[in-house]
Design a binder for this molecule. Sequence first.
Ligand SMILES: Cc1cc2nc3c(=O)[nH]c(=O)nc-3n(C[C@H](O)[C@H](O)[C@H](O)COP(=O)(O)OP(=O)(O)OC[C@H]3O[C@@H](n4cnc5c(N)ncnc54)[C@H](O)[C@@H]3O)c2cc1C
Length: 564
Amino acid sequence: MPTPVRLRFPPSPEPALPRDRQLLLTAASKALGIPENEIAELRIQKVSFDGRPRARRWEVRAEVYRSGEEVPGGPATEPPRLGTAAPSAPHVVVVGSGPAGLYCAFDLLASGLRVTVLERGGDVHARRIPLARIHRGLGVDPDSNYCFGEGGAGTYSDGKLYTRSGDKNAVRRVLELLVAHGADPSILSSWRPHVGSNKLPKVIQSLRGTLIAAGAEVRFHTRVEELLVELDAGGGRRVIGVQVRDLAHPEQECSRVASDAVVFATGHSARDSLELAIRAGARAEAKGFAMGVRIEHPQSWVDQQQYNGLRSEHDLPAAFYELTTQVDGRGVYSFCMCPGGWIVPATTHVDRVVVNGMSLSRRDSPFASSGLVVQIEPRDWCGKRAIANGLHELCGGAPGDPAEDPLFGVRVQEALETRCAKAGGGRSRLPVQNVAAFVRGEGTGSLHETSYHSGSTPTELHELLPTGIAERLRQALIDFESKMPGYVGEHAQLFAPESRTSSPVRLARDAEHLHVLDLEGRPLHGLYPCGEGAGYAGGIVSAALDGRRVAERLCARLAGVPSS
Ligand SMILES: Cc1cc2nc3c(=O)[nH]c(=O)nc-3n(C[C@H](O)[C@H](O)[C@H](O)COP(=O)(O)OP(=O)(O)OC[C@H]3O[C@@H](n4cnc5c(N)ncnc54)[C@H](O)[C@@H]3O)c2cc1C
């Protein structure tokens, strides 16, 4: 049995932990009172930096194997080789190649099923062209952008891999698959694992290689436009495949892909896809989400706050923060904080703007940005509350009850994104305001250099944001200033809108078998909503976990089913 050991190190200009193995061995031998040459292996479990002013130190949790003890194999750093499915094996179509779709496809293949992955956007390389066009304000390709294309919204994301999921082993297995496809093994032990948008595309490309080697067909520029449904013998309804358009030849007729099951992992920005699931009979339910702005500070200011000037002297990573409060019964919190990163235009539509953040693995940009978002519950956009929150005015009406219009949350997102695009002045320009001016409610304030490349237009954001969001943000900022003095300083600015934090809709699914349910609660066999767009995940790791959950249930159902 390995001996657990907990080691602490002051910040130092030594090579960054955990790469300095000798330092770790010496410290472990001292902590356990055994000679260094008796340590056969030291396995790092967790590396973290305690940034609290009185602590400020590295902490390493490790397991030490002594000479003579059996040392288990480490995590694979090469892609696994899966067997190829028999031609008679059941066939599953996976719609969407985001983390949910890719992990689902991997597990289906590993269980011997045949898989076709259909993705509306381009592969990781082809995606770079539409991304560059969005940055230059030259328009948005509605099928290939920051959210759509190989790897989904995860590929050109920040690549932070934290999750609130309690199943540590399942999370580790998700990260191990990334390591096997080229991600840095340090993500397995880091307290804040992060890959970076410069490294993710290669990892995703390698994962695609593994899927194809196992016999998967992966088709890009292929948009699913309809689900094919038929009545089964018992009078129930069953999805038997999809109708697709080849976007490389959009003038051609759509074609059909038959399957024994369809995994629907289309992400939270594909409203057209949501509608086609509803047309096929899936029940959509309104769910809470969050919306607000993105705040940007100089990274040097965040470092000074969190490390008190120690960062460069002691080779510390770009500092981050997490802030949260409650205002008038709703949470307001920092979201997807990107130390040393960039603000990016993450819209999927011409005539709308959306902000998000990303960073490279080095996290070396001089800017720190974070979403600052307000929790919105379905009842907030209904009846009198919709009027009080300014959502009735934003959307030109509101339902009396969430069930009356399950997609109303999507309409709220779209209306704010359109309004902000108009205020920004087009060509990906964003409305911007100095944060101190926003809190004072006076003018647009002084504006500074920013990481956002596509331009911005000074705007009084409280006139743009619905009252319920603007006022809660203002009060939350006052609270955050008391927790982190200078947060509402003249050096910080706000960009709007951060509107795509999660899906405002959930597709109902059977709790045990995970197939979709219709309006009457009956199963629509063969259709499996999955990941963030279906309302079962929020972030890369939780989407991957949901993909695996769906694969597991689907494999159990399809075991022994003859192919279509
Ligand atoms: C800029 C940015 C930064 C982010 N940073 C982080 C981060 O640091 N950490 C984190 O955990 N999360 C981050 N996220 C969020 C994260 O990327 C998502 O939570 C995650 O990708 C959701 O996975 P998914 O598989 O459910 O859906 P998605 O990744 O959205 O994938 C859905 C896929 O389905 C495809 N699709 C949709 N409709 C169709 C159709 N009809 N036919 C064919 N294909 C279709 C889309 O093209 C897309 O590729 C970020 C997102 C963005 C945009």
